[in-house]
Design a protein around this ligand. Structure first.
Ligand code: PMP
Ligand code: GLN
Length: 394
């Protein structure tokens, strides 16, 4: 293994899912739903396969139907206009979109700022691109993991090429506010930074019960001066519960999309032919699909949050995503295994029959993430209820 990748072993998701299979534990670790996406979308994939659409290499940028559907989705939900021919690129999931963006836009030695804790592929993709990662740590405050905008500002140096953002944020569930995004946008314009923004949980922003406002995802590209410097990333795995299909997309300017495509063509070239047609249909589903997807997940969030609180965890109730970050220290030294999330998660399948993810793996400053553990709630209600019962008996 070369030096760039030496620090990365097996991903935590593979490790923990294997542990779940081996022990028969309930898997609230890796973020994948245990219920597949809409029947009509599966039927659309079957039709594409049967009719011979996408069974051979699809076009490099993605099939026109899907590129058009992505552009229409951005317009319908956010009022953002993209040209399907020049400003949309279909990728093999968001993972490839992230890797290709970094490979295309980062020169060796460039600094890339990422919010810490960060999704694990960010660190590996920055490393593959020869970049230097500069983490800015989200810190718990008033029940939420908060970005310190001064810290972000201070992290920018003359070597900073790019901000790699993620909102709604995995694993903390933080949704950056309009004010925070406006400040980030101002900084990016001032310091002439590119921004790659991972918005795969865009349809999982929950109602804010405190003021009753309608939930809405705010794409960074919609802020002043941002459209021309932002690469936005979405995923059918997350939005339609088909994580195995590996269909993602990028929207940006013609120049940035062409750059990302240059890298993408030597990674997978193309992927997921028939599924691209099905996802095109999924993106055109009526608003009721997106509303009920979100409300279903919100109910699951509430169920698991209440259960984890009752079991003794400190719960950071997420404003978005399908993950809950908890602090295990309130369980006490014995039950929490000394407050070390890593040891806790390794032992949890045997102790309680549940799998979770230690947030420490998403940190450079591991000690800052040590007591935090992530649970996924994209599971059937009875599975969540069973997991809660097991955790209460811990
Ligand atoms: N970004 C984030 C924040 C994610 O949580 C995930 C997957 N869980 C991805 C990217 C990868 O998405 P995909 O499966 O479409 O590659
Ligand atoms: N993104 C998913 C998570 O955070 C897992 C995806 C993967 O296994 N790479 O759980």
């Amino acid at each position: 293994l070369n030096r760039r990748l030496a620090e990365f072993g097996t991903t935590i998701f593979a490790e923990m899912s294997a542990l779940a299979v081996r022990t028969g534990a309930i898997n609230l670790g890796q973020g994948f739903p245990d219920t597949d996406g809409p029947e009509e979308v599966r039927e659309a994939a079957v039709r594409a396969l049967r009719d011979g659409r996408g069974n051979q290499y699809p076009p490099g940028p993605g099939v026109p139907e899907l590129r058009t559907a992505v552009a229409e989705h951005q317009l319908r939900h956010y009022g953002l206009a993209y040209d399907p021919d020049r400003e949309v690129l279909v990728t093999a999931g968001a993972t490839e979109a992230i890797a290709a963006s970094l490979l295309a836009l980062v020169e060796p030695g460039d600094e890339v700022i990422a919010l810490e804790p960060y999704y694990d592929s960010y660190a590996a993709s920055i490393a593959l691109a020869g970049g230097t990662r500069v983490p800015v740590t989200l810190r718990p405050r008033d029940g939420r993991f908060v970005l310190d905008l001064d810290e972000l500002r201070d992290a920018v140096t003359p070597r900073t090429r790019l901000l790699l953002l993620n909102t709604p944020h995995n694993p903390t569930g933080t949704v950056l506010t309009r004010e925070e995004l406006a400040e980030i946008a101002k900084l990016a314009v001032e310091r002439d930074l590119l921004v790659v923004t991972d918005e795969v949980y865009e349809h999982l922003v929950f109602t804010d019960e405190t003021d009753g406002t309608t939930p809405a995802h705010l794409p960074l590209a919609s802020f002043p001066g941002m459209r021309e410097r932002t690469v936005s990333i979405g995923s059918a795995g997350k939005t339609f519960s088909f994580t195995g299909w590996k269909v993602g997309w990028v929207t940006s300017t013609p120049e940035l999309v062409a750059a990302v495509r240059s890298a993408k063509q030597y990674l997978t070239f193309v992927a997921s032919g028939p599924f691209q047609y099905a996802v095109a249909e999924a993106l055109a589903l009526p608003d009721s699909y997106f509303t009920s997807f979100r409300e279903d997940m919100r109910a699951k969030r509430d169920l698991l949050s209440a259960g984890l609180t009752a079991a003794g965890f400190e719960v950071y109730r997420p404003a978005g995503t399908y993950f809950i970050t908890t602090d295990i220290r309130p369980l006490g030294a014995d039950r929490s295994g000394g407050g070390d999330g890593f040891a806790f998660c390794r032992a949890l399948p045997e102790r309680a029959g549940v799998v979770a993810i230690p947030n420490a793996v998403f940190y450079d400053h591991r000690e800052a993430g040590a007591p935090f553990v992530r649970f996924a709630f994209c599971k059937r209600t009875e599975v969540l209820a069973d997991a809660v019962d097991r955790l209460k008996a811990l």
